[in-house]
Design a protein around this ligand. Structure first.
Ligand code: UDX
Length: 439
């Protein structure tokens, strides 16, 4: 099939590239000329394992094209994906201005029987508005479907190619048939393609993300309780997870969820419910717990030093909101950096991918951006860990001891075993477990 994908952000670029890899003729459209020029050379503006190679290969083989002009590709397209950003606005609701701009841009070029698919995460009712807007602009009833995306940063290509399910909101049989045909290569392993109303599919996306966020806030609340009552959250987590009704996934305690999806989607769902005169009590609590949890290391560090941080040197491992991404949106590390900067601490940081993004935000307020993990602990008063990158999981503690001035570790991701840590002689503070304080 011939596809146009509008928006070469995370979702659009992965969608377009993967569909081209499956043999479709895909044109990705973005208003940003510099971005389009870069993409033609395989330069992708984000870090996503395997994506650059896939872009380049499909571009060179002619299945994937890039342009800034809707008029160059949309007239030919059987399917037009809308995959532009829907950031959080001041009220917490999703800002849909980019979606409406795309609707205006594509309307004059759409083929009579083209299928427009809303891929962006949008509030319930957006599909219906796109439908009526297109009717107004084209004078006819266009096919408009919804197909929310469930991919995770860091494993986006695999998530796209091997989905647990594909969710489609459709208005007619023709749209259903086209989406079934397009997704057939992804569903060979008996994973379902689910057809439902556009409203149900829009709500499914928000509800799935909100459920996962709820699991995280729930386990973080239990972790905080564990600390107070002398329980170990890791034992509690495993004890809970073996109940098959609960399971193990998304029950890791830590510094709360970050990134571009969970915080924004929980707030958008809250805002949607409020505009409909409902009381989204669970969603408000999930967000509230998360905002509090993000600052866990700040609170532990502040308590340990009695607020006297000025002049101390902090080594920071991990800046991205999670491993395998350079994304620092809503990353808990930012809360810690902000606090340390305000308190006039000296800061050394390491992250395998996210240092450039942090440098753009903090510049020389951070004293050293270290390429090497061990350089970030040279002479420090303590080490604070924000992200569970694999390279932090098994450090040489003997070497750490010789490098660090004081043997103190604050671990926001519970990377190390408590009994092992007891033998190292470090003071060690983690989440939902007892603290080890060595004199
Ligand atoms: C998420 C959804 O998983 C995906 O389906 C949706 O399309 C977009 O949002 P993503 O934001 O890339 O994907 O990251 P994910 O791996 O889901 O992690 C989100 C956050 O939750 C991270 O900050 C992570 O550290 C945190 N998390 C995750 C926990 O704190 N504990 C867990 O057990 C799991």
């Amino acid at each position: 099939m011939k596809l146009s994908v509008i928006g070469t952000g995370y979702v659009g670029l992965v969608t377009g590239t993967c569909f081209s890899d499956l043999g479709n003729d895909v044109t990705c459209i973005d208003v940003n000329q510099a971005k389009v020029d870069g993409l033609k050379k395989g330069i992708i503006p984000i870090y996503e394992p395997g994506l650059s190679e896939l872009v380049l290969r499909n571009y060179e083989e002619g299945r994937l094209k890039f342009t800034t002009k809707a008029s160059e590709a949309v007239p030919e397209a059987d399917v037009v994906y809308i995959a532009v950003g829907t950031p959080q606005s001041d009220t917490g609701a999703a800002d849909l201005s980019a979606v409406w701009k795309v609707v205006e841009d594509i309307a004059p070029h759409l083929k009579e029987d083209a299928l427009v698919v809303v891929k962006s995460t949008v509030p319930v009712g957006t599909n219906a508005k796109v439908f009526s807007q297109l009717k107004e602009l084209t004078g006819r009833e266009c096919n408009v479907a919804s197909n929310p995306e469930f991919l995770k940063e860091g494993s986006a290509i695999d998530d796209f190619m091997y989905p647990d399910r594909v969710v489609c909101g459709v208005r007619n049989k023709k749209s259903e048939d086209m989406l079934r045909q397009l997704h057939a290569p992804l569903l060979r392993t008996a994973k379902p393609i689910l057809f439902m109303s556009p409203e149900s599919s829009e709500l499914t996306k928000y509800a799935a993300n909100a459920m996962l966020a709820t699991k995280i806030s729930f386990i973080n609340e239990i972790a905080n309780l564990s600390e107070k009552v002398g329980a170990d959250i890791n034992d509690v987590r495993v004890g809970m997870g073996h109940d098959q009704r609960i399971g193990f996934q998304f029950l890791f305690p830590g510094l709360g969820y970050g990134g571009s999806c969970f915080p924004k989607d929980v707030r958008a769902l809250t805002s949607l419910s409020e505009t409909l005169d409902l009381e989204p009590r669970i969603m408000r609590a999930v967000d509230d717990v998360n905002v509090h949890q993000r600052a866990s290391l700040v609170r532990k560090i502040d308590a340990y030093y009695g607020g006297k941080i000025a002049g101390k040197t902090f080594g920071i491992w991990g800046l991205a909101f999670k491993p395998k991404t350079d994304d620092i949106r809503e990353a808990p590390a930012l809360d810690l950096l902000q606090y340390l900067v305000e308190k006039e601490a000296k800061i050394l940081v390491h992250d395998p991918e996210a240092m450039e993004n942090v440098q753009a935000m903090f510049g020389d307020k951070i004293h050293k951006y270290c390429e090497n993990v061990m350089d970030a602990v040279e002479g420090v008063d303590c080490l604070a860990i924000n992200t569970e990158w694999n390279e932090y999981r098994t450090p040489d503690f003997a070497q750490l001891k010789t490098k660090m001035k004081e043997k103190v570790i604050f671990d926001g991701r519970n990377l190390f075993d408590l009994e092992d840590m007891e033998k190292t002689g470090f003071s060690y503070f983690s989440i939902g477990r007892r603290s080890l304080e060595c004199g």
